[in-house]
Design a protein around this ligand. Structure first.
Ligand SMILES: [Zn+2]
Length: 293
């Protein structure tokens, strides 16, 4: 199977562009606007069922989250919670499941939201309420119980929630390469690479190449989730790395060429450039490259 498809997942419910108080909430709609005149096959997800979310999240947490209640376990997302946000996040979780199914069928597929890697089973964290990647892994395993999954998380922040949830799952391998001296408190992934701040294109890409090569000898996945955070960009407000746009394009080509026979799901995750248009341009660039354009 070749990594060249036109399958993108988006819902109008992702659009939180009038929530100016939430960092980068407008980017999902802007990303859609940046891509909508190109030739893509659009797929709209439903709102995820509670039973699907419960494959990962605890009853107590879902009670508070689905009820849009600001409590000890939901407030750690550090963003306000209301019914519209709950609906947006639930839909994004179903969107990641849908993108994973499309990837298995077409080789590659992207969700225009998702990659909420700081969400734990029992609490929200760092702008993340539902761990859509872990939910998709468990949802897919209902039909394919032995599905081997690799998570490649290149957001500037560690995929702490995903690492914690999938720890002990022998059919999963979590790889996170992130800035050491940054949020969050680190969990243990299968493979962690802690980066010094201020790292530039060449040093970053050399480390990535080395680690991807090592993973090839350690694990044989049937599906890859790519958490394609662009907060490694040099002008990001929450990241301390110094990659250029061209450096990030090189990263995407490297991931696109990694285990090319394995279906790939692409999730945007973080991006908080001081100029919002840069974030949107970077996420759009990721999608085009990952789909072989
Ligand atoms: Zn991030």
């Amino acid at each position: 199977m070749k990594r060249k498809s036109r399958e993108l997942v988006y819902s109008v419910l992702y659009d939180l562009s009038d929530y100016g108080h939430i960092m980068s909430a407008a980017k999902y709609r802007m990303l859609y606007d940046a891509l909508k005149y190109e030739r893509w096959n659009w797929h709209a997800p439903e709102v995820a069922e509670e039973a699907t979310l419960a494959l990962v999240h605890t009853k107590r947490y879902l009670h508070d989250f689905l009820g849009a209640k600001l409590t000890e376990v939901t407030q750690r997302a550090e963003v306000p919670i209301d019914r519209r946000i709950v609906e947006a996040v639930r839909t994004a979780a179903q969107g990641t499941i849908l993108a994973a199914e499309l990837a298995l069928k077409h080789g590659v597929a992207s969700n225009l939201s998702g990659g909420f890697h700081h969400a734990f089973a029992d609490h929200a964290e760092g702008f993340c309420f539902l761990n859509d990647t872990a939910i998709a892994v468990r949802a897919l395993r209902q039909k394919r119980p032995q599905l081997r999954v690799l998570v490649v998380d290149l957001d500037v922040h560690q995929g702490n929630g995903t690492a914690h949830i999938l720890k002990g799952d022998d059919l999963s391998y979590t790889f996170s390469m992130h800035e050491r001296d940054n949020y969050p408190v680190k969990q243990q992934s299968t493979r962690d690479v802690n980066l010094e701040s201020h790292l530039g294109d060449d040093e970053y890409l050399a480390l990535l190449a080395e680690n991807l090569k090592a993973i090839e000898n350690e694990f044989d996945p049937e599906l890859i989730f790519y958490i394609a955070g662009v907060d490694i960009y040099r002008d990001d407000a929450l990241g301390g790395l110094r990659l250029t746009k061209e450096g990030i394009a090189r990263r995407e080509r490297m991931v696109h060429n990694f285990m090319p026979q394995v279906p790939l799901v692409v999730l945007p995750a973080g991006g908080y450039a001081r100029n919002l248009a840069d974030t949107v341009e970077l996420h759009a660039q990721t999608i085009r490259i990952m789909h072989g354009k």
